[in-house]
Design a protein around this ligand. Structure first.
Ligand code: 5RP
Length: 229
């Protein structure tokens, strides 16, 4: 039987083989599946001719441990290929992200990458987003109780401030908070929900990635299923 960790490694290897031969700058999303990708890179000669743009302190530390050369996103003109994870993937290749709290930087990187691919184990496939996870929304600290109320009113959801295991508010790498919004039902129209939430002042970013991914490589046992946009 293939374990989830083996599936993550399989999806990571698949993505590694798809880095274009002329790529120079590769983006790194965040989370444990992207860490599996970093481990595969460490074993590959490919990493020697590439420089990497990280999206979080978590993946930056993993990349440095692996000896990868990092570059600031503002010091490159273009990112050739980005590999990211996801918490949920729907059949239209829309994503729910933000489990690790790096959603804003991940979205900035996604829209500024020539190619944006997702790697995942089989558990991430869902029929509709918000089926298995609450929706992460990064918000300013200022007025966050009021922002939470406006979010609840806009989408009929239940926002909960994300806490660390020490019981204090989780702070993103951008110095903001995250509200995990339990939705009343899985999303029929993720784009509409995204638009409603983005209009609320104090909302920095929403963990819905609609129409951004080019492909997803989803490991199911020993096979990799490719979902294309
Ligand atoms: C972080 C993310 C991650 O990509 C997502 O949470 C998946 O993480 P993992 O690979 O650990 O399951 O969006 O903000």
């Amino acid at each position: 039987m293939t374990t989830v960790e083996e599936e993550k490694a399989l999806a990571a290897r698949y993505a590694l083989e798809r880095i274009p031969s002329d790529a120079r700058i590769v983006g790194l999303g965040s989370g444990s599946t992207v860490e599996a990708f970093v481990r595969e890179l460490r074993r590959s000669d490919l990493s020697k001719r590439l420089r990497f743009v990280p999206t979080s302190s978590q993946i930056e530390e993993a990349a440095l441990r692996a000896g990868l050369e990092l570059v600031d996103i503002d010091h490159v003109e273009t990112v050739d290929f980005t590999v990211d994870g996801a918490d949920e993937i729907d059949p239209n290749l829309n994503l729910l992200k933000g489990g690790g709290g790096a959603l804003t930087r991940e979205k900035v990187l996604a829209v500024n990458s020539d190619v944006y691919v997702i790697i995942a184990d089989h558990r991430k496939l869902v029929r509709s987003l918000c089926s298995t996870h609450a929706l992460p929304v990064e918000v300013l600290r200022y007025g966050r109780t009021h922002v939470a109320r406006l979010i609840a009113e806009a989408v009929n959801g239940i926002p909960e401030l994300r806490l660390t295991r020490f019981g204090i508010p989780f702070t993103t790498d951008n110095g903001n908070y995250v509200l995990d919004v339990t939705m009343p039902e899985p999303l029929e129209d993720p784009e509409a929900t995204l638009t409603q939430l983005k209009l609320i002042p104090g909302v920095v970013e929403v963990g819905l990635f609609v129409g951004l991914a080019d492909e997803a490589y989803v490991a199911e046992g020993r096979e990799v299923r490719v979902i294309s946009s």
